[in-house]
Design a protein around this ligand. Structure first.
Ligand SMILES: O=P(O)(O)OC[C@H]1O[C@H](O[C@H]2O[C@H](CO)[C@@H](O)[C@H](O)[C@H]2O)[C@H](O)[C@@H](O)[C@@H]1O
Length: 250
């Protein structure tokens, strides 16, 4: 391991952070150079690099293949650390499963409104139909009311997700920080969205470094413009070894 990096634990969001936002969730494309950059950086950090995403782990593994990184999916409902996998079982969420079927029927006539069924959570997207934003938000909140306190709505970029209340990026980052090789290190979390603010709060509380990609109100300490800019920073960090963020830049 590179000694200058031994104190850092790096947590990276996926959509809007490592990859550019696109119109459809299934159309997202990974820069071909990215998996190797992440692998090199993981080595520099003595293994302390993890992806923290709202996507299912299976989707992320598919996009980053053949590399299998430490990872948290579904906003922390699933995780894999050093090959140890902990998954969420959709069968333990029968009321949510019924609700997913109802939601598919409710949006059926709404062109451009997409239901992304993630097993233990469900997202309602309106990026292709911005005029349906209020409908999609009202639908998500009505679903949450019907499901009760065990579920909450997570707002995001042209999306509202219904997910178990226990899910949260801050909580899962805390879990990683209790495990080797993350334990005792200074955390860095890089994200772009509302769901990432909870992760920024966790790393800030540890005296860590929070980095927000793009605009919007944030508690992150550093801001970068775009996923492409971040990919350049990560590539430089992987090849040169020095932290590529200026902590004074917020
Ligand atoms: O935690 P993340 O890795 O940032 O995932 C958050 C959500 O990202 C995806 O939706 C977003 O990206 C789509 C593709 O660019 C875009 O079409 C959509 O408007 C964005 O909200 C993903 O589909 C969700 O499941 C993730 O929770």
């Amino acid at each position: 391991m590179d000694e200058t990096n031994e104190n850092f634990a790096l947590f990276l969001d996926f959509d809007g952070t490592l990859v550019d936002i696109v119109e459809r969730p299934d159309a997202v494309a990974v820069d071909p150079a990215l998996p190797k950059v992440l692998t090199d950086l993981q080595e520099r950090l003595g293994g302390a690099l993890a992806i923290i995403s709202g996507r299912p782990i299976a989707f992320l593994d598919g996009r980053l293949a053949p590399h299998e990184f430490d990872i948290a999916g579904l906003h922390g409902l699933e995780q894999r650390i050093a090959g140890r996998l902990s998954m969420c079982d959709p069968d333990e969420h029968p009321v949510l499963r019924d609700m997913v079927e109802r939601l598919k029927q409710i949006v059926a006539g709404k062109e451009g409104v997409l239901i992304e069924d993630k097993g233990c959570s469900v997202a309602i997207h309106w990026r292709l139909a911005p005029h349906e934003k209020e409908f999609a938000l009202a639908t998500a909140h009505a679903a949450m009311e019907a499901l009760g306190h065990d579920y909450r709505v997570q707002h995001g970029k042209a999306v509202a997700e219904i997910l178990p209340s226990a899910a949260g990026k801050g909580k899962v980052i805390e879990r990683f920080l209790h495990e080797a090789p993350y334990r005792g290190r200074r955390p860095i979390f890089i994200g772009d969205d509302l769901t990432d603010e909870n992760g920024f709060k966790a790393v800030n509380a540890h005296g860590g470094l929070s980095v927000r990609i793009g605009g919007g109100e944030t508690i992150a300490k550093v801001r970068l413009g775009t996923p492409a800019e971040l990919r350049r920073c990560l590539s430089a960090w992987a090849s040169e070894g020095s932290l590529p963020f200026d902590e004074g830049n917020s």
